[in-house]
Structures are given as C-alpha cells and as structure tokens.
Design a protein around this ligand. Structure first.
Ligand code: ZN
Length: 338
C-alpha cells in the first residue's frame, strides 16, 4: 500500500479530514495497552481481599484473569475499575477524549452512537474513577476558601428535606441557608488544586478537617478569608495562617494572598455553567472532573494520563454504586424546623 499515492489522490478537503481523523485516532487512549504498560512489574492484588498471593488464570477477551489463593475470587485486569463490565471498550476509551473536552451527554451520545442513558452512566463511572486525583498533599503556601452551591435535587424522586411551607423555613437558626452545600476549595502554588464537598449548610472545623484536612500540615502556610471556622481549624492544627478581607489588604509580605484560589473559583464557575445545573448528588463527581482538567491542563498526553488514573482506581465501581449513599452522608445536617 503506497500511502503517499493514496494521499495524493485525495482532495485538499479530504486530506484535512484525514489529518483530523488521524489526530483523533492517535489521541484515543488504548486501555488494554496502557494497563499492560503500567502493571508489567506491578504486583497484582486480589480485588476482594487485597492478598498478593494469586495465580494467573488465563485470558478472556484480551483481559488477563487471576485467581486469589486466599479467597478463591477470580478477577481480571479491569475488575473494580470504571472499565469493568463495559462491553464496548473501543467506544468507552473514545469517551475519555470527550470527557477531556467537557462535552455534553447529548453530544457524547451522538458522537459515539450510544444512547443517552449509556453516555450518562459512562460519564459517572469515569468521574467516579477520578476521585483519587482530586486531592494530594500540598506544597508550601496553600490558599483555601469555602463556596456555597445551591442544592439541586433534580432527578430525585424523594426530597431529602420536608418541603418548605414558608420562606423562613429555608434558614437555620443562625441565618444560614440549608439549601446550600459547602465546598472546600484549596490550592498550592504548584498547580495542585482540590475541591471537596464538605457539608450541607455552613462549614465547621470538623467538615474542613474531613474534606481537605489530610492534605494540609504544619509544614504549610495557609491563606484564606477570615471565616471563623477556618481560623479555629487552622489554630487546632497549629498551622500558620494569614487571613484576608476582600475589601482591605490583598497581599501580605509580597507572597501571602488568596488570588490563586479566587481565580480557580472563577474558572470553575465558568466551566460548570455549560451543564445548566448539576444535581447535588453528583457534585463530588463534577468537582473531581474539574480538578482533573485543571491538573492535566499542561500535560502532553492528557488522554493517556486520564486513562491511567481510571485504570489504577479499582474502587471506582464501588464509588459509582455509592453515589446516592455518599450524598446522604454529606447530608448529615438535620432539618431542624418542621
Ligand atoms: Zn482474595
């Protein structure tokens, strides 16, 4: 096959289309290859009991199978990952590119010729897998902020609260709305952000600790607004903390400020708009998604990097099945008024 001849026989428009198709094709991460590449030397652990005492159990549909000597469970390369149980792997790996482009469910469904329900499920399987990438220990100065998002129960059959009878029912005794979910946003200066759903209602020291606490230590210096709970949390952890009031001083000692976290916040707002309101039970997944896009912004092989994250998370399917329960967990606040 003389490729040059074939290319010469194409019209200019066809050549341009060929380049587009090739670029697209080359960008689609090949899940089976990536998995082999990353696990060649890695020890395989049982997905059920965690034991490393396993034997090979042949291959099935291109996936290596294993059996655990301890619990006798059989599993394969993709067990537990977002890819497990996916029959159309070729389309699923193409979907990773579409997630990187933040395309809508409708657009993804038509591009891949799959139905809307499948496109929706695949999106959330992939996003559930990205959780491991949302949050890592911070380096140096950390800026943090809390943001309130409206609670959106679209698609839910049952409201999590009693319906409001009057306007004042929307507020707790301290005047803070119960229809908001608080998200903790934090970033260091090395492009390592995290965004974690913290609590329904107003944040307190406990929800700060549970959401971003494990990523911040005494070695960091924290900058934030003067939220009382952030101040008391930082004090309890013995973390150097500088606070800022938006209308007053903006930078201390030339390096302490909250401009990075504010601009991160603005980018999130611009990005999330395209989805026209996100059901709160999926908010954690959208936060993983946005953080992942931010962290991969400068990566040269974004699709392959994202595929690696997806394949290395063997808890993804469990998280995906637990979306509802995780939301209920977040929803620990009791609606005090009747
Ligand atoms: Zn086992």
């Amino acid at each position: 096959m003389d490729l040059k001849k074939i290319i010469a026989s194409l019209s200019k428009a066809e050549q341009v289309e060929l380049v587009r198709l090739l670029q697209y094709e080359l960008n689609v991460p090949k899940l089976a290859e990536i998995h082999c590449g990353q696990s060649k030397d890695a020890v395989v652990h049982c997905t059920h009991c965690g034991s490393a005492d396993i034997y090979g159990h042949g291959t099935y549909k291109g996936r290596r199978r294993y059996q655990c000597k301890c619990c006798r469970t059989t599993f394969n390369d993709f067990t537990g990952t977002a890819v497990s149980g996916i029959k159309k792997v070729a389309k699923f790996q193409e979907y990773i590119n579409l997630v990187l482009e933040s395309v809508s469910i409708r657009k993804a469904a038509s591009t891949l010729d799959i139905n809307i329900k499948t496109a929706f499920d695949w999106r959330h399987k992939i996003l559930s897998a990205l959780s491991t990438f949302n949050g890592a220990s911070f380096d140096g100065i950390v800026e943090c902020d809390d943001k309130q998002l409206d609670i959106n129960e679209k698609g839910s059959k049952h409201l999590n609260r009693k319906p409001y009878k009057r306007q004042s029912d929307r507020h707790t005794k301290r005047g803070v709305s119960n229809d908001k979910v608080s998200v903790m946003v934090a970033t260091d200066r090395k492009g390592n952000p995290t965004m974690q759903a913290a609590k329904v209602g107003r944040i307190d020291a406990a929800s700060i600790e549970a959401s971003i606490g494990k990523y911040i230590s005494k070695d960091n210096v924290l900058c934030s607004d003067s939220h009382k709970s952030i101040i008391s949390w930082a004090l309890s952890k013995n973390i150097e903390h500088h606070t800022f009031v938006a209308s007053k001083q903006h930078v201390k000692d030339k390096c302490y400020h909250v401009q990075h976290v504010n601009s991160l916040d603005n980018r999130y707002e611009r990005w999330i708009k395209r989805f026209y309101g996100v059901a709160t039970k999926y908010i954690a997944n959208y936060l993983h998604w946005f953080v992942c896009l931010e962290k991969l912004k400068k990566a040269s092989q974004r699709a392959t990097d994202m595929a690696r994250i997806i394949l290395s998370n063997i808890k993804a399917m469990a998280d995906y099945r637990n979306i509802e329960a995780s939301y209920q967990n977040l929803n620990i606040i009791q609606y005090s008024k009747t």
